[in-house]
Design a protein around this ligand. Structure first.
Ligand code: PEP
Ligand code: MN
Length: 354
């Protein structure tokens, strides 16, 4: 299903990307106003703050709820920034709109739940407000697209996506693994949908905000949503990943924005070379599969198992070393050969069972 989209039409500066900034949570009137005033002075046009906070375990700060909405409205009246908050239930939608919220976003935990998404879509029928949909917590592109479709079917046309990374069980550098290929594939599937990046929730640590912002810009994202707090260390939620408005301004001022539409002669030449190399790669792969099928015939004749673990390990090890010597990451080489091997095994199983 195609999405029927309209431009978001949200304010940004010419020399800077589109940015939504503000604290993880609206904690107190003073914290909200202090942060907002500082951000407005730095030229920020879109202010975020969580009013309802989804927490992994009970007992944490779950947001001030409706009590915080007049503070948000005050931000809008005093600074003229647009205001944005997360909604997770129809009641949140109704209350947010009652207090003139300009932008809504759907949190990662909500996107992952089709029942909640449908209830939100029903609540947004006939409402013309821009809505950003965060990726679901699990790396499932279809679920993300499904959530966008539900809102779109309800008539929400000013849609955007927020890439906030994906949770996993392992120890890791990032709080939420970026898995850039997923938002990139979303862009390929729905090119006219704006996608912004959330370096705060991807990184989970202040030091990672700047490099993640730059990476998002290099990949052609349409903007950023960054957590900024007047006193980050004292934040009631996500303290480690928030930066002061000053620091955020500095980070944004250092960003290099590249133009994806400028292509020079030189790059065309190089692209030709890449096409040529890709052709050779495909050719080699096809030849390799052909040999694998021959091995399949042999295994069938001699009643051997398709999977020979020691041989597989030998291949992975040999190519891993070779890859490292030519400057490729060992994990990358492992992934490539795992995929090739998987396809070889599939083809051999077909032959053995013929
Ligand atoms: C947030 O933006 O503060 C938030 C709760 O994000 P996420 O839904 O990405 O976890
Ligand atoms: Mn947060």
């Amino acid at each position: 299903m195609e999405l029927e989209l309209e431009k978001l039409n949200l304010p940004s500066d010419n020399e800077r990307p589109f940015v939504i900034a503000g604290p993880c949570s609206a904690e107190t009137e003073e914290q909200v106003m202090d942060t907002a005033r500082q951000l407005a002075l730095k030229g920020c046009h879109n202010f975020r703050a969580g009013v309802w906070k989804p927490r992994t375990k009970p007992g944490g700060f779950e947001g001030n709820g409706e009590k915080a909405l007049p503070w948000m409205k005050q931000v809008k009246e005093e600074t003229h920034m647009l205001i944005a908050t997360e909604v997770a239930t129809p009641e949140h939608v109704e209350l947010a709109l009652k207090y003139d919220m300009d932008i809504l976003w759907i949190g990662a935990r909500t996107t992952a739940n089709p029942f909640a998404m449908q209830a939100l879509a029903d609540a947004m029928k006939g409402v013309d407000v821009p809505v950003f949909v965060k990726n679901p917590v699990n790396p499932d592109l279809e679920l993300w697209i499904g959530a966008l479709q539900r809102l779109n079917q309800a008539g929400v046309k000013r849609l955007g996506a927020i890439h906030r990374g994906f949770s996993s069980y392992e120890q890791k550098i990032y709080r939420n693994a970026p898995m850039w290929q997923i938002p990139i594939e979303l862009h390929r599937r729905i090119p006219e949908l704006p996608i912004i990046s959330d370096p705060s929730h991807i990184g989970g640590r202040r030091e990672l905000i700047a490099p993640l912002c730059q990476q998002a810009m290099d990949l052609g994202f349409d903007g950023l949503i960054v957590e900024s707090h007047c006193d980050p260390d004292k934040a009631w939620s996500d303290a480690k990943q928030q930066v002061t408005p000053d620091v955020l301004d500095y980070i944004l001022s250092l960003l290099i924005i590249r133009d994806e539409h400028v292509t020079t002669e030189g790059i065309q030449q190089l692209r030709k070379q890449i096409d040529d190399l890709d052709n050779q790669l495909m050719d080699l792969l096809a030849k390799r599969m052909q040999v694998c099928r021959q091995i399949g015939e042999y295994k069938k004749e001699h009643n051997m198992t398709v999977l020979q673990a020691s041989r597989y390990n030998e291949i992975l090890e040999k190519r891993g070393v070779q890859g490292t010597l030519t400057g490729m990451a060992a994990e990358f080489v492992a992934k490539v050969f795992e995929s090739i091997h998987e396809e070889s095994v599939r083809q051999q199983i077909e032959i053995v069972n013929k």
